[in-house]
Design a protein around this ligand. Structure first.
Ligand SMILES: *[C@@H]1O[C@H](CO)[C@@H](O)[C@H](O)[C@H]1NC(C)=O
Ligand SMILES: *[C@@H]1O[C@H](CO)[C@@H](O)[C@H](O)[C@H]1NC(C)=O
Ligand SMILES: *[C@@H]1O[C@H](CO)[C@@H](O)[C@H](O)[C@H]1NC(C)=O
Length: 435
Protein backbone atom coordinates (compact mmCIF):
# COMPACT_ATOMS: atom_id res chain seq x y z
CA UNK A 1 0.00 0.00 0.00
CA UNK A 2 1.24 3.49 -0.72
CA UNK A 3 1.57 5.88 2.20
CA UNK A 4 -1.46 7.89 1.06
CA UNK A 5 -3.66 4.83 0.64
CA UNK A 6 -2.52 3.54 3.99
CA UNK A 7 -3.39 6.82 5.70
CA UNK A 8 -6.80 6.89 4.03
CA UNK A 9 -7.71 3.45 5.26
CA UNK A 10 -6.32 4.26 8.66
CA UNK A 11 -8.38 7.42 8.99
CA UNK A 12 -11.53 5.63 7.89
CA UNK A 13 -11.20 2.93 10.50
CA UNK A 14 -10.04 5.30 13.19
CA UNK A 15 -13.28 7.00 14.15
CA UNK A 16 -15.16 3.83 14.93
CA UNK A 17 -12.28 2.34 16.82
CA UNK A 18 -11.51 5.40 18.92
CA UNK A 19 -15.15 5.77 19.84
CA UNK A 20 -15.16 2.20 21.02
CA UNK A 21 -11.90 2.52 22.90
CA UNK A 22 -13.12 5.56 24.76
CA UNK A 23 -16.03 3.64 26.18
CA UNK A 24 -13.75 0.99 27.60
CA UNK A 25 -11.36 3.62 28.89
CA UNK A 26 -14.11 5.34 30.82
CA UNK A 27 -15.43 2.09 32.15
CA UNK A 28 -12.02 1.09 33.47
CA UNK A 29 -11.63 4.04 35.82
CA UNK A 30 -12.15 2.91 39.39
CA UNK A 31 -15.35 3.95 41.14
CA UNK A 32 -14.88 6.66 43.74
CA UNK A 33 -14.79 5.38 47.29
CA UNK A 34 -12.77 2.34 46.36
CA UNK A 35 -9.54 4.27 46.87
CA UNK A 36 -10.30 5.25 50.42
CA UNK A 37 -11.26 1.73 51.32
CA UNK A 38 -8.07 0.27 49.95
CA UNK A 39 -5.80 2.80 51.64
CA UNK A 40 -7.54 2.13 54.93
CA UNK A 41 -6.97 -1.58 54.66
CA UNK A 42 -3.37 -1.11 53.63
CA UNK A 43 -2.62 1.24 56.52
CA UNK A 44 -4.11 -1.08 59.06
CA UNK A 45 -2.47 -4.17 57.66
CA UNK A 46 0.99 -2.87 58.57
CA UNK A 47 0.27 -3.54 62.21
CA UNK A 48 -1.32 -6.91 61.66
CA UNK A 49 0.16 -10.26 60.85
CA UNK A 50 1.23 -10.94 57.30
CA UNK A 51 -1.27 -12.67 55.12
CA UNK A 52 -1.19 -13.22 51.38
CA UNK A 53 -3.81 -10.60 50.75
CA UNK A 54 -2.08 -8.03 52.91
CA UNK A 55 1.20 -8.83 51.26
CA UNK A 56 -0.31 -8.20 47.84
CA UNK A 57 -1.92 -4.97 48.91
CA UNK A 58 1.19 -3.66 50.57
CA UNK A 59 3.66 -4.70 47.90
CA UNK A 60 4.41 -2.33 45.12
CA UNK A 61 5.65 -3.58 41.76
CA UNK A 62 8.60 -1.74 40.27
CA UNK A 63 11.18 -2.06 37.52
CA UNK A 64 14.63 -0.69 36.85
CA UNK A 65 14.77 1.86 34.09
CA UNK A 66 17.64 3.36 32.12
CA UNK A 67 18.18 5.98 29.45
CA UNK A 68 19.25 5.11 25.98
CA UNK A 69 19.87 7.76 23.33
CA UNK A 70 16.38 9.18 23.17
CA UNK A 71 14.16 6.99 25.28
CA UNK A 72 13.73 5.33 28.66
CA UNK A 73 13.65 1.56 28.89
CA UNK A 74 12.31 -0.66 31.66
CA UNK A 75 13.19 -4.26 32.38
CA UNK A 76 10.49 -6.89 32.60
CA UNK A 77 10.20 -10.60 32.03
CA UNK A 78 7.79 -12.45 29.82
CA UNK A 79 6.92 -16.09 29.42
CA UNK A 80 7.58 -19.32 31.29
CA UNK A 81 10.46 -19.73 31.89
CA UNK A 82 10.75 -15.93 32.14
CA UNK A 83 12.81 -14.18 29.48
CA UNK A 84 14.12 -10.69 30.22
CA UNK A 85 13.30 -7.91 27.79
CA UNK A 86 13.95 -4.16 27.72
CA UNK A 87 10.93 -2.14 26.66
CA UNK A 88 10.41 1.53 26.07
CA UNK A 89 8.19 3.24 28.66
CA UNK A 90 5.39 4.91 26.77
CA UNK A 91 2.51 6.78 28.38
CA UNK A 92 1.33 7.61 24.85
CA UNK A 93 0.37 4.08 23.91
CA UNK A 94 -1.59 1.16 25.17
CA UNK A 95 -0.22 -2.24 24.26
CA UNK A 96 2.71 -4.11 25.79
CA UNK A 97 4.49 -5.58 22.78
CA UNK A 98 7.75 -7.31 22.07
CA UNK A 99 9.37 -8.62 18.91
CA UNK A 100 8.66 -12.32 18.47
CA UNK A 101 9.87 -15.21 16.37
CA UNK A 102 9.22 -15.88 13.56
CA UNK A 103 10.40 -12.48 12.29
CA UNK A 104 9.00 -11.26 9.02
CA UNK A 105 10.65 -7.94 9.61
CA UNK A 106 12.51 -7.28 12.87
CA UNK A 107 15.03 -4.63 13.88
CA UNK A 108 18.15 -5.49 15.91
CA UNK A 109 17.53 -5.59 19.64
CA UNK A 110 19.90 -6.13 22.54
CA UNK A 111 18.18 -9.16 24.08
CA UNK A 112 17.39 -12.33 22.20
CA UNK A 113 14.08 -12.21 20.36
CA UNK A 114 11.24 -13.83 22.27
CA UNK A 115 10.29 -17.26 21.01
CA UNK A 116 6.66 -18.02 21.91
CA UNK A 117 7.11 -21.71 21.10
CA UNK A 118 9.51 -22.00 24.04
CA UNK A 119 7.07 -20.56 26.57
CA UNK A 120 4.54 -22.84 28.25
CA UNK A 121 2.22 -19.96 29.15
CA UNK A 122 2.02 -18.30 25.73
CA UNK A 123 -1.46 -18.53 24.28
CA UNK A 124 -2.48 -16.88 21.02
CA UNK A 125 -5.68 -14.94 21.48
CA UNK A 126 -8.66 -15.76 19.39
CA UNK A 127 -10.97 -12.89 18.61
CA UNK A 128 -14.00 -14.76 17.33
CA UNK A 129 -14.75 -17.88 15.36
CA UNK A 130 -14.44 -16.20 11.98
CA UNK A 131 -11.15 -14.57 12.87
CA UNK A 132 -8.96 -17.13 14.61
CA UNK A 133 -6.01 -14.82 15.28
CA UNK A 134 -6.23 -11.37 16.79
CA UNK A 135 -4.00 -8.90 15.06
CA UNK A 136 -2.90 -5.42 15.91
CA UNK A 137 -1.26 -2.78 13.74
CA UNK A 138 -0.02 0.40 15.41
CA UNK A 139 1.54 3.47 13.83
CA UNK A 140 3.40 5.89 16.10
CA UNK A 141 3.85 9.63 15.70
CA UNK A 142 7.27 9.22 14.08
CA UNK A 143 5.81 6.78 11.53
CA UNK A 144 7.40 3.74 13.13
CA UNK A 145 5.00 0.81 13.17
CA UNK A 146 4.49 -2.62 14.66
CA UNK A 147 2.24 -5.33 13.29
CA UNK A 148 1.65 -8.57 15.12
CA UNK A 149 -0.74 -10.82 16.94
CA UNK A 150 -2.30 -10.53 20.36
CA UNK A 151 -1.66 -13.26 22.88
CA UNK A 152 -1.93 -13.89 26.58
CA UNK A 153 1.29 -14.46 28.43
CA UNK A 154 2.77 -14.23 31.91
CA UNK A 155 4.50 -10.93 32.61
CA UNK A 156 6.77 -10.65 35.64
CA UNK A 157 8.33 -7.61 37.27
CA UNK A 158 9.99 -6.95 40.61
CA UNK A 159 8.14 -6.08 43.77
CA UNK A 160 8.93 -4.40 47.05
CA UNK A 161 7.55 -7.51 48.82
CA UNK A 162 10.74 -9.30 47.81
CA UNK A 163 8.76 -11.73 45.65
CA UNK A 164 8.25 -11.19 41.95
CA UNK A 165 5.04 -9.50 40.87
CA UNK A 166 3.54 -12.03 38.48
CA UNK A 167 0.77 -11.13 36.04
CA UNK A 168 -0.60 -14.32 34.48
CA UNK A 169 -2.69 -14.08 31.29
CA UNK A 170 -1.59 -10.57 30.45
CA UNK A 171 -2.57 -9.50 26.95
CA UNK A 172 0.58 -8.71 24.98
CA UNK A 173 1.38 -8.03 21.36
CA UNK A 174 3.78 -10.34 19.61
CA UNK A 175 5.34 -8.25 16.86
CA UNK A 176 6.33 -9.96 13.62
CA UNK A 177 6.75 -6.91 11.42
CA UNK A 178 8.08 -3.62 12.79
CA UNK A 179 10.01 -0.78 11.29
CA UNK A 180 11.28 2.70 12.04
CA UNK A 181 12.57 1.95 15.54
CA UNK A 182 15.95 3.41 16.52
CA UNK A 183 16.46 1.36 19.63
CA UNK A 184 18.01 -1.69 21.19
CA UNK A 185 14.78 -2.34 23.12
CA UNK A 186 12.67 -5.41 22.42
CA UNK A 187 9.42 -3.49 22.33
CA UNK A 188 7.24 -0.99 24.14
CA UNK A 189 5.31 -0.99 27.38
CA UNK A 190 2.18 1.07 26.91
CA UNK A 191 1.01 2.92 30.03
CA UNK A 192 -1.98 4.82 28.70
CA UNK A 193 -5.42 4.84 30.26
CA UNK A 194 -6.65 2.15 27.87
CA UNK A 195 -7.52 -1.30 29.09
CA UNK A 196 -4.56 -3.18 27.58
CA UNK A 197 -1.83 -0.96 29.05
CA UNK A 198 0.42 -2.41 31.74
CA UNK A 199 -1.04 -0.26 34.52
CA UNK A 200 -4.62 -1.06 33.48
CA UNK A 201 -3.92 -4.79 33.36
CA UNK A 202 -2.44 -4.63 36.87
CA UNK A 203 -5.97 -4.08 38.05
CA UNK A 204 -7.58 -1.97 40.72
CA UNK A 205 -5.14 -2.89 43.49
CA UNK A 206 -2.62 -0.58 41.84
CA UNK A 207 -5.10 2.32 41.94
CA UNK A 208 -4.11 3.32 38.43
CA UNK A 209 -1.01 4.90 39.94
CA UNK A 210 2.51 4.81 38.61
CA UNK A 211 5.55 7.03 38.87
CA UNK A 212 8.88 7.20 37.15
CA UNK A 213 12.09 9.14 37.60
CA UNK A 214 14.10 9.75 34.43
CA UNK A 215 17.80 10.10 35.09
CA UNK A 216 19.98 11.51 32.33
CA UNK A 217 22.40 8.72 33.19
CA UNK A 218 22.50 5.66 35.41
CA UNK A 219 19.52 3.62 36.46
CA UNK A 220 16.36 4.68 38.22
CA UNK A 221 12.92 3.18 38.80
CA UNK A 222 9.33 3.04 37.70
CA UNK A 223 6.89 2.14 40.49
CA UNK A 224 3.27 1.05 40.53
CA UNK A 225 0.55 1.20 43.15
CA UNK A 226 1.05 2.46 46.68
CA UNK A 227 4.73 3.29 46.18
CA UNK A 228 3.92 5.40 43.17
CA UNK A 229 2.16 8.18 45.07
CA UNK A 230 4.35 11.27 44.80
CA UNK A 231 4.29 13.62 47.77
CA UNK A 232 6.51 15.56 50.12
CA UNK A 233 8.72 18.65 49.89
CA UNK A 234 8.69 20.42 46.56
CA UNK A 235 5.88 18.32 45.04
CA UNK A 236 3.55 20.19 42.71
CA UNK A 237 0.42 18.69 41.19
CA UNK A 238 -1.68 19.56 38.20
CA UNK A 239 -4.99 18.15 36.94
CA UNK A 240 -4.90 15.31 34.44
CA UNK A 241 -7.36 15.43 31.56
CA UNK A 242 -8.49 12.97 28.94
CA UNK A 243 -9.94 13.81 25.54
CA UNK A 244 -12.76 12.07 23.73
CA UNK A 245 -10.97 12.42 20.42
CA UNK A 246 -7.67 11.08 21.79
CA UNK A 247 -8.79 8.54 24.37
CA UNK A 248 -6.19 7.08 26.67
CA UNK A 249 -3.71 9.93 26.49
CA UNK A 250 -2.86 11.97 29.58
CA UNK A 251 -3.30 15.69 29.03
CA UNK A 252 -2.07 18.55 31.17
CA UNK A 253 -3.02 22.18 30.90
CA UNK A 254 -0.15 24.53 30.15
CA UNK A 255 -0.92 28.09 31.24
CA UNK A 256 2.39 29.73 30.38
CA UNK A 257 6.08 29.26 29.78
CA UNK A 258 8.60 31.55 31.44
CA UNK A 259 11.82 32.30 29.62
CA UNK A 260 14.07 33.76 32.28
CA UNK A 261 11.92 36.52 33.77
CA UNK A 262 9.56 36.79 30.79
CA UNK A 263 6.28 34.96 31.20
CA UNK A 264 4.69 33.98 27.90
CA UNK A 265 0.99 33.34 28.51
CA UNK A 266 -1.06 30.90 26.45
CA UNK A 267 -4.06 33.13 27.19
CA UNK A 268 -4.94 35.04 24.05
CA UNK A 269 -3.40 32.44 21.76
CA UNK A 270 -5.21 29.58 19.99
CA UNK A 271 -3.27 27.21 22.25
CA UNK A 272 -5.00 28.41 25.42
CA UNK A 273 -7.29 25.88 27.10
CA UNK A 274 -8.70 24.99 30.49
CA UNK A 275 -9.31 21.30 29.86
CA UNK A 276 -5.87 20.13 28.76
CA UNK A 277 -3.77 21.34 25.85
CA UNK A 278 -0.57 19.34 26.16
CA UNK A 279 -0.04 15.60 26.18
CA UNK A 280 2.53 14.27 28.62
CA UNK A 281 4.35 11.49 26.82
CA UNK A 282 7.26 9.50 28.20
CA UNK A 283 7.85 7.95 24.78
CA UNK A 284 8.61 11.22 23.03
CA UNK A 285 12.09 12.67 23.36
CA UNK A 286 11.67 16.40 22.84
CA UNK A 287 8.94 18.85 23.79
CA UNK A 288 6.64 20.22 21.10
CA UNK A 289 4.53 23.36 21.12
CA UNK A 290 2.09 24.45 18.42
CA UNK A 291 3.74 26.83 15.99
CA UNK A 292 1.94 30.08 16.81
CA UNK A 293 2.54 29.88 20.55
CA UNK A 294 5.97 28.31 20.17
CA UNK A 295 7.25 31.24 18.12
CA UNK A 296 6.45 33.55 21.05
CA UNK A 297 8.53 31.34 23.34
CA UNK A 298 11.35 31.17 20.82
CA UNK A 299 11.36 34.95 20.38
CA UNK A 300 11.81 35.34 24.12
CA UNK A 301 14.82 33.04 24.01
CA UNK A 302 16.24 35.02 21.08
CA UNK A 303 15.95 38.23 23.10
CA UNK A 304 18.24 36.79 25.76
CA UNK A 305 20.71 34.74 23.72
CA UNK A 306 22.81 36.88 21.44
CA UNK A 307 24.96 34.11 19.90
CA UNK A 308 24.61 33.50 16.16
CA UNK A 309 21.55 31.35 15.39
CA UNK A 310 20.79 28.80 12.73
CA UNK A 311 18.04 26.29 12.04
CA UNK A 312 18.58 22.63 11.19
CA UNK A 313 16.65 21.12 8.29
CA UNK A 314 14.10 19.60 10.68
CA UNK A 315 13.40 23.01 12.24
CA UNK A 316 15.57 22.61 15.34
CA UNK A 317 16.71 25.99 16.57
CA UNK A 318 20.42 26.23 17.45
CA UNK A 319 23.01 28.76 18.55
CA UNK A 320 26.73 28.78 17.77
CA UNK A 321 28.07 28.67 21.28
CA UNK A 322 29.52 26.15 23.68
CA UNK A 323 28.32 27.66 26.92
CA UNK A 324 24.96 27.00 28.53
CA UNK A 325 25.52 29.98 30.82
CA UNK A 326 24.08 32.46 28.32
CA UNK A 327 20.75 30.59 28.06
CA UNK A 328 17.69 31.55 30.13
CA UNK A 329 16.05 29.11 32.56
CA UNK A 330 12.74 27.85 31.24
CA UNK A 331 9.78 27.30 33.57
CA UNK A 332 6.64 25.46 32.52
CA UNK A 333 3.55 26.72 34.32
CA UNK A 334 0.90 24.00 34.44
CA UNK A 335 -2.52 24.80 35.84
CA UNK A 336 -3.24 24.79 39.59
CA UNK A 337 0.13 26.38 40.25
CA UNK A 338 2.37 23.53 39.13
CA UNK A 339 5.43 25.52 38.10
CA UNK A 340 8.25 23.32 36.84
CA UNK A 341 11.57 25.13 36.84
CA UNK A 342 13.50 23.10 34.28
CA UNK A 343 17.21 22.49 34.44
CA UNK A 344 19.07 23.81 31.41
CA UNK A 345 19.95 20.21 30.52
CA UNK A 346 16.20 19.54 30.24
CA UNK A 347 15.65 22.25 27.65
CA UNK A 348 18.91 22.69 25.74
CA UNK A 349 21.30 20.16 24.25
CA UNK A 350 24.89 20.61 23.14
CA UNK A 351 25.35 19.25 19.64
CA UNK A 352 28.94 19.59 18.47
CA UNK A 353 29.80 23.29 18.14
CA UNK A 354 26.27 24.40 18.93
CA UNK A 355 23.61 24.35 21.59
CA UNK A 356 20.07 23.67 20.44
CA UNK A 357 16.66 24.22 21.99
CA UNK A 358 14.84 21.00 22.85
CA UNK A 359 11.48 22.74 22.53
CA UNK A 360 10.36 22.17 18.95
CA UNK A 361 8.04 24.42 16.99
CA UNK A 362 7.77 22.43 13.81
CA UNK A 363 4.84 20.11 13.20
CA UNK A 364 6.07 16.73 14.31
CA UNK A 365 4.40 14.59 11.69
CA UNK A 366 2.79 15.24 8.33
CA UNK A 367 -0.64 14.71 9.84
CA UNK A 368 -0.55 15.95 13.41
CA UNK A 369 0.39 19.14 15.10
CA UNK A 370 0.06 18.84 18.83
CA UNK A 371 1.70 19.91 22.05
CA UNK A 372 3.75 17.23 23.77
CA UNK A 373 5.69 17.30 27.02
CA UNK A 374 8.55 14.94 26.24
CA UNK A 375 10.91 12.82 28.33
CA UNK A 376 14.01 15.03 28.27
CA UNK A 377 12.13 17.92 29.85
CA UNK A 378 10.99 15.53 32.61
CA UNK A 379 14.54 14.55 33.60
CA UNK A 380 15.22 14.65 37.32
CA UNK A 381 11.60 14.93 38.34
CA UNK A 382 9.78 12.12 40.07
CA UNK A 383 6.63 12.12 37.94
CA UNK A 384 3.50 10.49 39.38
CA UNK A 385 0.32 9.69 37.48
CA UNK A 386 -2.65 9.12 39.75
CA UNK A 387 -5.79 8.14 37.90
CA UNK A 388 -7.94 8.02 41.03
CA UNK A 389 -7.26 11.65 41.95
CA UNK A 390 -6.84 12.73 38.30
CA UNK A 391 -3.54 14.40 39.03
CA UNK A 392 -0.03 14.33 37.70
CA UNK A 393 2.57 15.28 40.32
CA UNK A 394 6.16 16.38 39.92
CA UNK A 395 8.83 16.34 42.58
CA UNK A 396 12.33 17.65 41.81
CA UNK A 397 14.57 14.64 42.44
CA UNK A 398 18.10 13.66 41.53
CA UNK A 399 16.80 10.53 39.84
CA UNK A 400 20.08 8.68 39.49
CA UNK A 401 21.68 9.52 42.81
CA UNK A 402 20.36 6.83 45.10
CA UNK A 403 20.79 4.05 42.57
CA UNK A 404 23.79 2.12 41.38
CA UNK A 405 25.18 3.95 38.43
CA UNK A 406 25.50 1.72 35.43
CA UNK A 407 28.48 2.41 33.20
CA UNK A 408 27.18 3.97 30.01
CA UNK A 409 28.11 2.42 26.74
CA UNK A 410 29.03 4.72 23.89
CA UNK A 411 25.66 4.28 22.18
CA UNK A 412 23.65 5.61 25.10
CA UNK A 413 24.69 9.26 24.77
CA UNK A 414 22.01 11.75 23.81
CA UNK A 415 22.10 13.07 20.29
CA UNK A 416 20.02 15.51 18.31
CA UNK A 417 19.77 13.32 15.29
CA UNK A 418 18.04 10.53 17.18
CA UNK A 419 14.67 11.04 18.73
CA UNK A 420 11.39 9.25 19.22
CA UNK A 421 7.79 10.36 18.93
CA UNK A 422 6.05 7.40 20.46
CA UNK A 423 2.43 8.15 20.93
CA UNK A 424 0.00 6.11 18.91
CA UNK A 425 -0.97 8.11 15.89
CA UNK A 426 -3.18 5.42 14.40
CA UNK A 427 -4.54 2.12 15.46
CA UNK A 428 -5.15 0.40 12.16
CA UNK A 429 -6.33 -2.87 13.60
CA UNK A 430 -6.78 -3.77 17.18
CA UNK A 431 -9.27 -6.51 16.86
CA UNK A 432 -12.25 -5.49 18.85
CA UNK A 433 -11.84 -7.71 21.82
CA UNK A 434 -11.12 -6.10 25.13
CA UNK A 435 -10.49 -7.38 28.60
C1 LIG B 1 -6.69 -3.25 62.44
O1 LIG B 1 -6.25 -4.57 62.55
C2 LIG B 1 -6.33 -5.09 63.87
C3 LIG B 1 -5.66 -6.45 63.89
O2 LIG B 1 -6.16 -7.26 62.82
C4 LIG B 1 -7.80 -5.12 64.34
O3 LIG B 1 -7.90 -5.63 65.66
C5 LIG B 1 -8.33 -3.70 64.30
O4 LIG B 1 -9.70 -3.70 64.63
C6 LIG B 1 -8.12 -3.09 62.93
N1 LIG B 1 -8.46 -1.67 62.98
C7 LIG B 1 -9.33 -1.14 62.18
C8 LIG B 1 -9.55 0.31 62.36
O5 LIG B 1 -9.93 -1.77 61.32
C1 LIG C 1 5.39 -5.22 6.98
O1 LIG C 1 4.35 -4.26 7.00
C2 LIG C 1 4.47 -3.27 6.01
C3 LIG C 1 3.41 -2.22 6.26
O2 LIG C 1 2.13 -2.78 6.26
C4 LIG C 1 4.33 -3.93 4.64
O3 LIG C 1 4.45 -2.97 3.64
C5 LIG C 1 5.43 -4.97 4.49
O4 LIG C 1 5.27 -5.68 3.29
C6 LIG C 1 5.40 -5.97 5.65
N1 LIG C 1 6.57 -6.80 5.58
C7 LIG C 1 6.51 -8.14 5.59
C8 LIG C 1 7.80 -8.86 5.46
O5 LIG C 1 5.44 -8.72 5.71
C1 LIG D 1 24.25 19.14 32.56
O1 LIG D 1 25.00 18.43 31.58
C2 LIG D 1 26.40 18.66 31.65
C3 LIG D 1 27.03 17.96 30.48
O2 LIG D 1 26.57 16.65 30.33
C4 LIG D 1 26.92 18.15 33.00
O3 LIG D 1 28.30 18.39 33.11
C5 LIG D 1 26.17 18.89 34.13
O4 LIG D 1 26.55 18.37 35.37
C6 LIG D 1 24.68 18.73 33.95
N1 LIG D 1 23.98 19.53 34.95
C7 LIG D 1 23.11 19.02 35.78
C8 LIG D 1 22.48 19.94 36.76
O5 LIG D 1 22.78 17.83 35.76
Amino acid sequence: MSFATRMMSIILSLQIITAFLFITATASSPPSGFTMDLIHRRTNSSSSRRSNVDDQLRSSPYADIFFETSEYLMKLKIGTPPVEIDAEIDTGSEIIWTQCLPCLNCYNQRNIIFDPSKSSTYKARTCNTRNPSCNYDLVYGDQSYTIGSLATETVTIQSTSGHSYVMPKTVIGCSHNSSGFITTASGIVGLSWMSLSLISQMGKDMLGAFSYCFSPEGTSKISFGSNAIVSGDGTVSTPMFTKTEKPGFYYLNLDAVSVGETRVETLGTPFHAVDGNMMIDSGTTFTYLPASYCSLVRESVEKVVTAEQFTLSDGTHCYKTKTMDIFPVITMHFSAGADLVLDKNNTYMADGEAICLMIMCSPMTPVAEAALFGNRAQNNFLVGYDRSSLQVSFKPTDCGVTEDKKPRDSTSAASFSQFNIKFVLFIVVLSLIRL
